[in-house]
Design a protein around this ligand. Sequence first.
Ligand code: GAP
Length: 431
Amino acid sequence: MFEELISFCKNRGFVYQSCSLYGGLQGFYDYGPLGVELKNKIKQSWWNEMVKRRSNVFGIDSNIILSDKVLSSSGHLDGFEDVFKDCRNCKSRFRIDEVKDVCLNPKCGSRDFTPEKAFNLMMKVNVGPTEGNYAYLRPETAQGIFINFKNVMDSFSPKLPFGIAQIGKAFRNEVTPKNFILKTREFEQMEMEFFIKPGDNDYYFEQLKEQRKQWWNKQGVEVVFYEQGKDELAHYSKKTTDIMCDFEGTLQELEGIADRQDFDLGSHTKAQSEFDIKAKVKPNTTSIDKLSHFQEKLIPHNIEVSAGVERAFLAILYSAYKKDGDRTVLKLPAHLAPFKAAIVPIVKNKEDIVSCAQGVFDKLQDAGILDVKFELTGNVGKSYAKHDEIGTLYCISVDHESVKDGTLTIRDRDTREQSKISIDKLIELLR
Ligand code: GAP
C-alpha cells in the first residue's frame, strides 16, 4: 500500500523526486500541481487552528538563514549531530541507533564496519562575496521565534501566557533520508512556542497535547501518543510527547510536544545571572537583550508544538487513500480536497453543452469558489474515476437538460449518489 501510494503521488501530480532529470537528489522532493494545493490547505488548517482562532498567539515569518551566533547559543552547533558508521563491504551508511552488529542490507549481512563518526546535521552556507563568512540554514523554525520574542513583546506587550507561531522551511543534512517524504533533507515545520509562567508547564503541556490530537483527527488521521524516554530527549527538552501515526504496522512521528522550560529564552538572553534559569544553559556573552517578560520580570518557560508538513501530507494521504470495490477514492476531509468540484460537460463536441458548462464554471469562480476544475474529457465515467482518485468532493455534470433549464447533476464522491441541483444551491453548498 505504501509503495502504491508513492506511485500514486507521482502519477497524479502530488509529489515528484527532485532533480529527477539529472538522476535525482537524495532526500529532496518537489510538489506537483495537486501536491501544492494539498500542502497549502494543510498549512492553512494549522494556521487557522493555532493562530487565527487564538487571540493570544502571534504569527511571524522569520529568515531561513541564521547567524552562527544564534545556533551556537541554541546548542545546535555543538549538539545537533548524528553518529553513523559505514559497512566496509557494501558501503551502506547507518545511524548507530538503526544498526547493531550486522549490516542491514539483506544482500550483505557483513559485520565489518568503519569506526563511528559524529556529523553535524546543519547545512552551512557562505553569506556574501567573502569566502568563509558562514551562516546556516535553520534546522528548526523555532529559533526564529525565540530571537523575535523581544520584538513581539515590544510591539504588542502580551501578558503571559501567549504564543508565537510560524510555518516554514527547515533543513537537516540527514545521514539516512528515507521513507519517501517522511525523512528528507529539506522539509517544512509548523511550530508554535507557548510562553508561560514557570510552574504552569504540566497544565499547558497536557492542554496542547489534547488540542493537537484533535487537530490531527480533523485531518482524518488517527494518532497515538508516545512519551519519549530520558535518553531520547533533545538537548533542549525536559519532557517530550510525540504524536505518532501507524504506517503499515510501524509507528512514525508526526509531531513533537516538548516542555523546553526556559532553555531557549535563557540561552539567548543577556545577563543570565540576573534570572533564576532552571534549564542548563551555556553562558551567553554575545546577546544584547534580556529576554524576560516585562511585567513578570522573569524568563518565561515555553511549551512547543512542532509538526512536519510533509509528514502531515503523507499521513493524510495514507489515511484517505481507499479501495472501494473497483474504484480508488481519496476520502480527504472537505477542507483539504484540492478541488471542491469538477465541472463535467457530458460530451466535448456539442457547443451548447460545453458553453453552458463553461458558464457554470465562471459563475462559481465569480462567487469566489476557486477550487473548481473544468473537465473537458467527454467521458463522464472516466472523469468521475479520475476525480474520485484525487479527492474531488463533487462532480457536476452538464447535459442537454442543463442547457434547457439550468439544472445540473451533482455526484457525491463518497456515496456516488447523484441528484439534481440548481446553480444557486450549488454555490451555497460549495461555500
Ligand atoms: N523544534 C523542535 C523540532 O524541530 P523535531 O522532533 O526534530 O523537533 C519536529 O521535529 C517535527 O518536524 C517532527 O515531528 C517531524 O514531523 C518534522 N521533521 C523533523 N525532521 C524531519 C525530516 N528530516 N524530514 C521531514 N520531517 C521532519
